[in-house]
Design a binder for this molecule. Structure first.
Ligand SMILES: [Zn+2]
Length: 496
């Protein structure tokens, strides 16, 4: 009897873990300090020079960095997390929180989604935006490829307000996609007002990311200003040679807006290439127009910059650039592209097509990566050809911090942790602080780096050693534990 009581007492004590002797980079941006960190239950309990307690698990972190868990500001893991809750590609990067519901697409209603995540248990913490495209579909039904009528805008605004009140971080849009692109600026201002009134912000895959990117940024600024809410540019990029070199100007514009009381931020992934459909190379969507294709190639630096990453109709074309396919088949690059468009018309099974296009300049990307106003994201998809899904965060730490010194380690960690946590209003996360949720990453700053490439997009990064989510280890010595301690993070504070 006594031994049973003793066993109950032991098991009701939350586990205690001491991370000993690591360089604690606390997420605030200040310089790292060698300290010990004690995790008890879900929380960070103590920081300082600590002695191990009897029965405590000790992790020796000498020579390693100890940081808050990383926050992926633009994640497409929404659906995947429920089918594969372990999220191996994410925890291997040190990601502990995914911000989903991006590009205008979200689970609706958000209440049901939060319930589903809480019931199923997933490895990551999850927060979500409410999608403009999703809500447009709810109100306009199948007839969503047109401008909305005033009454429909009112109905959409009411739904946006409700979703944000129920815990969405704000309104997301994908204005290069359907049905988002049929939404006018006025419609987005009206919905932005509803999101802002309820305490949320606006986040957007803008209407254009190449030749007209500056115009698209103006639209985002005007939605923020007239909708009276803060805004974030999703996966910021300058995807056309015609506009290269404008990164500093864009960052300056964001800084100046703050003087007018408009808080604009952005997120970025660390690659000079994007992934989408080959169709986005043609602005007019007239795929028969050879001149348009030629201009499209010119803007991104030629047909060798377009890699066909996924291509169902002909597996021998997959993994090759349009230039390579052209040389292989003796057809000119425009003809190759037109054939791809034709063979994949309508999409769906057996007709999938994805291209990876190198179209950004290193100089612009470096400026975005260094800016204190821009956080990080993966924007990746499982099964996609783009290595960002499995490599983004270790790539920042390995390539941009250690090898190229584009930014300091402390600054990079701040942009992965406390900055997104404060931007999205995550309470008690994003810092190594007493009483904070124990989302913690232990990594080797001398080794951490990405391994994923377009040829092997799922290759595992190295150097991320231990990862804790809400105090529970999800990665130990580089191996997933398959634990699923993630929590739903509802917006509870007013975002600026
Ligand atoms: Zn997007």
């Amino acid at each position: 009897m006594i031994s049973l009581i003793a066993a109950l007492v032991v098991s009701s004590t939350p586990p205690s873990i001491l991370i000993q002797g690591g360089l604690v980079i606390d997420g605030s941006g200040r310089k790292g300090i060698i300290e010990d960190v004690r995790i008890v239950g879900q929380k960070i309990k103590q920081i300082g020079h600590l002695k191990p307690r009897l029965g405590e698990t000790v992790l020796v972190a000498k020579g390693k960095a100890v940081a808050p868990g990383f926050i992926d500001a633009h994640s497409h893991d929404d659906g995947w997390l429920l089918t594969d809750p372990v999220a191996e590609s994410q925890i291997r990067q040190g990601i502990t929180t995914a911000v989903v519901g991006q590009d205008g697409g979200s689970s609706f209603p958000i209440r049901a989604m939060f319930q589903l995540y809480a019931d199923r248990h997933v490895a990551l913490n999850v927060a979500s935006f409410a999608g403009h495209g999703t809500i447009r579909g709810k109100v306009l039904g199948k007839d969503s490829h047109r401008a909305a009528k005033p009454d429909e805008v009112r109905q959409m605004a009411a739904l946006v307000g409700k979703e944000v009140e129920d815990g969405a971080l704000g309104l997301s849009s994908g204005l290069e996609y359907e049905p988002g692109r049929f939404g006018t600026t006025d419609e987005l201002i009206a919905l932005g007002k509803a999101a802002g009134k309820a305490g949320g912000i606006y986040i957007s895959h803008m209407r254009n990311e190449d030749n007209d990117v500056l115009k698209a940024i103006d639209e985002l600024f005007s939605i923020a200003e007239k909708g009276h809410l803060g805004a974030q540019i999703s996966h910021i990029k300058i995807g056309s040679a015609r506009v290269w070199g404008k990164a500093a100007q864009i960052i300056h514009k964001m800084e100046s807006a703050e003087k007018k009381g408009i808080y604009i931020t952005a997120d970025v992934y660390p690659y000079t290439y994007w992934q989408s459909t080959i169709r986005v190379l043609i602005e007019t969507q007239d795929y028969s127009d050879r001149k348009q294709w030629e201009q499209g190639f010119k803007d991104i630096g030629g047909a060798d910059h377009v890699l066909l990453g996924v291509y169902d109709p002909d597996p021998t074309w997959k993994g090759k650039t349009i230039g390579e396919i052209s040389r292989m088949t003796g057809k000119d690059p425009v003809t190759v592209c037109q054939e791809i468009v034709q063979a994949t018309a309508g999409g769906g099974k057996g007709k999938e097509e994805t291209v990876v296009v190198t179209a950004m300049s290193d100089q612009d990307l470096d400026k975005f990566i260094a800016s204190p106003r821009i956080m990080f994201c993966t924007d990746g998809q499982r099964g996609g050809a783009h290595p960002r899904y499995a490599g983004s965060f270790p790539r920042i730490l390995g390539v941009y911090v250690r090898e190229r010194r584009v930014l300091s380690l402390e600054s990079a960690i701040r942009k992965m942790t406390s900055f997104p946590a404060s931007r999205f209003g995550f309470k008690h996360r994003g810092l190594i602080r007493k009483g904070y949720q124990a989302d913690v990453v232990v990594f080797d700053p001398t080794k951490v780096i990405d391994k994923a490439t377009t040829k092997d997009p799922e290759a595992k990064p190295v150097g991320i050693e231990h990862v804790f989510v809400n105090g529970i280890p999800v990665l130990v010595n580089g191996k997933p534990t398959r634990a699923t301690p993630g929590q739903v993070i509802r917006r509870t504070v007013r975002l600026r």
